[in-house]
Design a protein around this ligand. Structure first.
Ligand SMILES: *Cc1c(COP(=O)(O)O)cnc(C)c1O
Length: 476
């Protein structure tokens, strides 16, 4: 299996090379040349598999240049009950008739990003060892991504992590999660500024080609192909969990509703569907930052600048440019790389695009639909589920449940992705249901009382570069 770029100007590559990459050299995103097809006999074989067995069965189709025994070892070390709290890894629970919740947030940082990031940590370490290389990960975070990356990469050989966060802008829980890590290879840097300032510093250092090369800079952002691939697995697992009683009924399909920001999670659902998993609709749920809702309903994609992005109570979706979107548009435009290139060059300079002429294909051929949820919807949904089912969900998941209920057709089975646990967003939970005791997993009890380790710096790239130089030896 070779990988190619959505912009067509990058020579085909192997999985283990793509794994360590951010953007393709031509500015596009890397994709497999084709999606392996899964027939109903294979689906039946996979149905009884444990999570790591299923992950191996799926990933081996894409990671063909990795030794099979080694890949098996990586997924077996990644998807364990001790890391994810349950041997199901991503358990499904029934909410009401035809509506299910897919629990993706039982990993170390209580958000769905752990499912992919834990795999990436082990896969990075393995590939770096094989290549005899090292990597200095620098990233900017407003909460979930940074902590998931740190918990995945802590203690890994040949990897140093420098994570920039805006000083005083994260919740007490999020701060404690990151800053309490004591592993030698984890470096927390609080920047006196906003999240965008942190991101600008990361960009500045990445763009300094000399510095980048000398210190082997890399990233683990949501466009990473390894993350998308790892997420494909739980769409299959969830389908099997819900369709368990309907083995014979191969015509029956399920739909998924996914709270979306960067189009990463639902892009994995799209790939599962392309592989032949019987998915009916893929429903994109947005918050007030609704550029994807607009696209999937009207066909116009108009990303907003960072300063026009709303700050909401589902903050991990406060994104106005969906960085994985290009992967879908590439297929939609029938692999017309020149057109993809010109559309996304436009996006880069602040211009949107209009594909309303092919919207019929978007829904009928690819199954996409979308809806939107706002602060009051979030609160009402959290309260409704708590009062009626004694089920507490986080604000992002609430956006998904709200949209799923709104768009659900008669007899349509919808599985809603639970992208974080409520304890991470206690303030909004209290606003919705009053001051209750929110359950937390054992390993996070007393987290806020642990000593914290963080370096505070002024908002200047050179100061961050100095921190990196203190730790990482330059290559010759
Ligand atoms: C990152 C995140 C999302 C959005 O996921 P995308 O893959 O960027 O669409 C939704 N909810 C939570 C809690 C997240 O951390």
């Amino acid at each position: 299996m070779k990988y190619i770029s959505t912009r067509g100007q990058t020579a085909p590559m192997d999985f283990s090379d793509v794994l360590l990459m951010g953007l393709a050299p031509d500015g596009g995103l890397m994709l497999p040349e084709s999606y392996p097809q899964v027939d109903s006999a294979t689906l039946n074989d996979w149905r009884q598999m444990s999570y790591p067995e299923l992950a191996f069965a799926i990933m081996r189709l894409f990671a063909t240049d990795i030794d099979e025994a080694d890949l098996k070892d990586i997924v077996e070390r990644t998807y364990t009950e001790s890391v994810f709290g349950t041997s199901d890894i991503t358990p499904v629970r029934k909410l009401e008739d035809n509506l299910y919740i897919l629990g993706l947030s039982n990993g170390p940082t209580l958000a769905f990003k752990d499912v992919a990031m834990q795999f990436l940590g082990n896969a990075f370490e393995y590939v770096l060892k094989k290549k005899d290389e090292r990597l200095t990960i620098i990233g900017a975070t407003s909460g979930d991504t940074g902590s998931a990356a740190e918990y995945a990469l802590r203690g890994k050989d040949n990897i140093e992590v420098f994570m920039l966060s805006p000083q005083g802008k994260m919740s007490a829980f999020q701060r404690a999660q990151m800053y309490s890590l004591t592993d030698d290879n984890i470096h927390n840097i609080a920047i006196k500024g906003m999240f965008d300032d942190c991101q600008d510093i990361v960009k500045a250092l990445q763009q300094d080609a000399d510095f980048k090369e000398k210190y082997s800079l890399g990233t683990v952002n949501s466009i990473n192909w390894g993350r998308i691939l790892a997420q494909v697995v739980y769409y299959f697992k969830a389908y099997f969990a819900v369709m368990d009683s309907a083995v014979q009924d191969s015509d029956k399909k399920v739909s998924f509703c996914v709270p979306s920001g960067n189009f990463g999670n639902i892009c994995a659902g799209h790939i599962a569907r392309e592989m032949g998993l019987p998915i009916d609709r893929l429903i994109v749920a947005t918050n007030e930052n609704d550029v994807l809702n607009d696209f999937f309903n009207q066909g116009a994609y108009n990303p907003r600048p960072a300063d026009k992005t709303y700050v909401t109570s589902s903050p991990s979706m406060d994104i106005s440019k969906a960085s994985n979107f290009e992967r879908f548009i590439y297929l939609l435009l029938e692999r017309d790389t020149d057109r993809v290139h010109s559309l996304f060059d436009g996006v880069k300079s602040g211009k949107g695009f209009d594909l309303s002429d092919v919207m019929q294909t978007v829904s009928s051929r690819y199954g996409f639909a979308a809806g939107k949820s706002a602060h009051s919807d979030r609160l009402a949904t959290i309260k409704d589920l708590y009062d009626n089912y004694n089920d507490l969900i986080d604000p992002h998941t609430a956006d998904g449940v709200k949209v799923a209920r709104e768009l659900q057709r008669e007899d349509e089975i919808i599985i809603c992705a639970e992208t974080a646990l409520p304890v991470k967003f206690a303030e909004t939970i209290f606003e919705a249901v009053g001051p209750i005791d929110i359950e937390r997993p054992e390993h996070t009890k007393g987290l806020e009382d642990l000593p914290q380790r963080v370096v505070e710096l002024d908002n200047k790239p050179s100061l961050v570069a100095d921190e990196i130089r203190k730790v990482v030896a330059p290559s010759a």
